[in-house]
Design a protein. Structure first.
Length: 149
């Protein structure tokens, strides 16, 4: 029995979230460094790791119901939750497209500006997506619907 088989989905989700955080930091660091002949390989390795991590994280979230806490409290928010779930998938697809361009084998020096722009843009949108998920969850938990006087 592997380590992941005996851990709860919440523990696994936390583990994948931590891995995502580390990988995003690594990607940011590599993009800020002065490029050399190995930079393209490092970026490809980090993007591959993200593409292995993010879909598993989504599946772990889906295993207990994607943002189910929100829907339990506010079923009418189903549209926002569904949009966020699809946004997660589109973002992974977008990163996959960038990965395919990296893997084409063109020298990193030739494509570095375009890749840096695309990857930074992707990271900004990914961070915004995570913030939106968190904000929706916090709002659902903290919003009190009063009964009035």
């Amino acid at each position: 029995m592997g380590l992941t088989e005996c851990q709860s989905p919440d523990v696994e989700l936390r583990r994948y979230s931590e891995m995502e955080y580390i990988l995003l930091g690594d990607l940011r660091d590599v993009l800020e460094e002065t490029p050399d002949e190995h930079t393209g390989y490092w970026i490809l390795a980090i993007v591959d790791a993200l593409l292995n991590t993010l879909p598993v994280k989504l599946e772990l979230k889906r295993s207990s119901g994607y943002l189910q806490e929100v829907l339990d409290e506010f079923p009418s928010w189903h549209r926002q939750v569904t949009m966020l779930e699809h946004e997660h998938e589109r973002s992974c697809d977008r990163l996959q497209a960038v990965r395919e361009r990296i893997a084409e084998g063109r020298p990193y020096q030739d494509v570095r500006y375009q890749l840096r722009f695309e990857l930074r843009d992707w990271m900004q949108s990914w961070i915004a997506h995570n913030r939106h998920e968190t904000r929706l969850l916090q709002t659902a938990i903290n919003l009190e619907v009063g009964v009035g006087d």
